[in-house]
Design a protein. Structure first.
Ligand code: AMP
Length: 289
C-alpha cells in the first residue's frame, strides 16, 4: 500500500450523502496519490466498529466509513424501525478515531424508485443465518456491492463478529472480480466475553448478565474440539448450555471455517457459530478453533 498519512484524531471528518459527493471526495484523494480503506456500518457505533477503522488506517492512506441502515437486509417483522440511530455520536467517535470521510446516503440514494437489481449468492450464504433470515444475504450482498462500487476502495474491513457475512462478502468480491481486498477484523468483546453489538443496547440489565453465556459456551466447545472432541458433539453441548441459560437457540454449529459447509473430514479448519434469542434480542457470535 501507499505511504501512510497520520490520521488526525479529533478532526471532524467530511460528511457526504450522495454518490456524486462521495466520488468527488474520493477523486481528490486519488489525485493526491492516496489509497482508500473502507468500513461499512449501520451506525450506532461502538468500539468494535472503531477497531475496524483503526485497522483500515493501517492498510490505507484515507478511510471512509459508511453509515446506512440497510432496509433490504431486514424482514418486515425485524427491527429496522427500532434499530438505533445515533448519527451525531457516531460522527464524534469517528472524529476521535481520525476517520477522513463519512458517507451517509439516504434510502432514496441507495434504492431510488424502480430499483430492480439483485445478487444471489450460494456457497457460504447457505444455511446458518439464511435458515432463519432468508432475505438477509441478498440484502447484504446488494448493499455491499453498491457501497464497494461507489467508494472504489482499495481495501474494505469486515468484522469477524458477522463471520458468515464476512465469508459471503469475500466470496462475492472474488466471484464478481471486485477490485477490492476484503480484510477480516477480529471481534471486540466486553470484559466478560460478550461481543460488542449495536443490538446489545436492547438488553435489559438482567439479560445483559446472561448474554456472555454464548461466548463462554463456544469457548468451552472450542477447547474441547482442540482436545479431540467431535466438533458436532461439542456444538450440541454448547447449544444445550445456551438453552439452559434461558435463550432460544436458532443454531449452534461447527462448520468449515472457509466454506461454512458442514464438516466432512477431521483435518478441516473449524469455526463455531451461534445465534440465539435473549428475550426480544437476537445475538450472534462465533469463534475459531
Ligand atoms: P454493523 O454496523 O453491525 O452492520 O457492523 C458493521 C461492521 O462492524 C461489520 O463488518 C461488523 O462485522 C463489524 N462489527 C460489528 N460488531 C463488531 C465487533 N464486536 N468487533 C469487530 N467488528 C464488529
Amino acid at each position: 500500500m501507499g505511504r501512510q498519512r497520520m490520521a488526525e484524531a479529533g478532526k471532524a471528518p467530511k460528511i457526504v450523502g450522495t454518490v456524486a459527493e462521495l466520488r468527488s471526495a474520493v477523486a481528490d484523494y486519488r489525485r493526491a496519490g492516496e489509497t482508500l480503506g473502507f468500513v461499512p456500518t449501520m451506525g450506532a457505533l461502538h468500539e468494535g466498529h472503531i477497531a475496524l477503522v483503526k485497522q483500515a488506517q493501517t492498510l490505507a492512506d484515507r478511510v471512509v466509513v459508511s453509515i446506512f441502515v440497510n432496509p433490504t437486509q431486514f424482514a418486515p417483522n425485524e427491527d429496522f424501525s427500532r434499530y438505533p440511530r445515533t448519527f451525531d455520536a457516531d460522527v464524534d467517535k469517528l472524529a476521535q478515531a481520525g476517520c477522513d470521510l463519512v458517507y451517509a446516503p439516504g434510502r432514496e440514494d441507495m434504492y431510488p424508485a424502480g430499483f430492480s437489481t439483485g445478487i444471489s449468492i450460494a456457497g457460504p450464504a447457505q444455511g446458518l443465518e439464511s435458515d432463519f433470515r432468508p432475505h438477509f444475504f441478498s440484502g447484504v450482498a446488494i448493499v455491499v456491492a453498491k457501497l464497494l462500487l461507489q467508494t472504489a476502495a482499495d481495501v474494505a474491513v469486515f468484522g469477524e463478529k458477522d463471520y458468515q457475512q464476512l465469508r459471503v462478502v469475500t466470496q462475492m468480491a472474488r466471484d464478481l472480480d471486485l477490485p477490492v481486498r476484503i480484510v477480516p477484523g477480529p471481534t471486540v468483546r466486553e470484559s466478560d466475553g460478550l461481543a460488542l453489538s449495536s443490538r446489545n443496547r436492547y438488553l435489559t440489565p438482567e439479560e445483559r448478565t446472561v448474554a456472555p453465556v454464548i461466548h463462554r459456551a463456544l469457548t468451552t466447545a472450542a477447547i474441547a474440539i482442540k482436545a479431540g472432541a467431535v466438533p458436532d458433539a461439542a456444538a450440541a453441548e454448547a447449544e444445550a448450555t445456551i438453552a439452559r441459560a434461558g435463550l432460544k437457540v436458532d443454531y449452534v454449529a461447527a462448520r468449515n471455517a472457509e466454506t461454512l459447509a458442514p464438516l466432512a473430514s477431521p483435518d478441516e479448519p473449524v469455526r463455531l457459530l451461534a445465534a440465539a434469542w435473549l428475550g426480544t434480542t437476537r445475538l450472534i457470535d462465533n469463534i475459531g478453533v
